[in-house]
Design a protein around this ligand. Structure first.
Ligand code: ZN
Length: 282
């Protein structure tokens, strides 16, 4: 393959939308540019369903779509893709706007996480996804959101898997780390998606801007790289493009950061998810 970089190249958090987006074609473009492995997070339920989810079955529809597109994406990658399944924290606001109280919204979102955990236990999914709103919310919604996230920690501990978080900006996640550890989930298996280059408490999945990557390397701690590519034809350029992680890896290698590339694409994924990106390369 022309774009091959002679190393595993993992995008730790991106989306493939088989309904409205490019789906497998986006994974192929990633591969053409040197990408080898993907963690594909299900799109928020309201992007894939006609209505807000109302029970576990609705969440399963979203998860099944994701598992299916991931299987097909694996076929075009030199390595493979894995699904990461869960419930987007902003769903709570949609449910509250729709007339649910925060406790009802919490219960429904926990039902969604319970369903996601079954996909981990049964095999197809690698990990879970939860978090809490990144914008200001009422105290009741904040508390309910933390309850949802802590259920995610219980489930990840039980399944022995990692959990990605969508959360507010900031660098101090030591309290969140304690909540995870209290539930038997090692804090390094909690991954903050869309992280900057510096983070305390949990593992960072760094958004692949050059400045953030340079800071992550300076910090000299485990990290991964992501784009949060959303595969949404209506919002081109809303986040980083699907080629960004391979491009940044090429740049890091040119700058002599071979060790950091190994850390982000082999060592940290192995420690966090128990995956072997080097061994799963053809
Ligand atoms: Zn995302």
């Amino acid at each position: 393959m022309d774009g091959a970089l002679d190393t595993p190249v993992l995008d730790d958090h991106m989306h493939l939308d088989p309904v409205h987006g490019r789906g497998v074609e986006a994974a192929a473009e990633f591969a053409d540019n040197g990408g080898t492995h993907l963690l594909v997070v299900n799109k928020p339920s309201w992007h894939l369903l006609d209505d807000l989810p109302s029970d576990a079955e609705d969440f399963r529809k979203v998860f099944d779509l994701t598992v299916d597109v991931v299987e097909r994406a694996s076929e075009v990658l030199p390595g493979r893709a894995w699904p990461v399944l869960g419930v987007h924290p902003a769903l709570i606001s949609q449910l509250v706007d729709d007339g649910h109280d925060p406790a009802e919204a919490r219960d429904l979102m926990q039902t969604g996480l319970d369903a996601a955990a079954e996909y981990v236990a049964d095999g197809p999914a690698l990990g879970l996804k939860s978090g809490r709103p990144h914008y200001d919310v009422s105290d009741a919604v904040w508390e309910a959101s933390n309850d949802v996230m802590r259920r995610g920690f219980d489930l990840a501990a039980e399944a022995g898997c990692a959990i990605q978080l969508h959360a507010e900006g900031g660098e101090d996640f030591t309290e969140v780390a304690e909540w995870a550890e209290d539930r038997g989930l090692p804090a390094d298996r909690v991954v903050k998606h869309y992280s900057g280059g510096r983070l305390q408490g949990i593992t960072k999945s760094v958004i692949s801007n050059k400045e953030d990557l340079e800071l992550a390397i300076e910090e000299d701690e485990p990290f991964m790289m992501e784009t949060d590519y959303i595969d949404d034809p209506d919002r081109p350029g809303a986040v980083l493009g699907v080629k960004t992680v391979p491009r940044r890896v090429r740049w890091l290698l040119e700058e002599g950061h071979d060790e950091a590339v190994r850390r982000a694409h082999v060592e940290t994924p192995a420690a966090v998810y128990d995956i072997d990106t080097a061994g799963t390369l053809e």
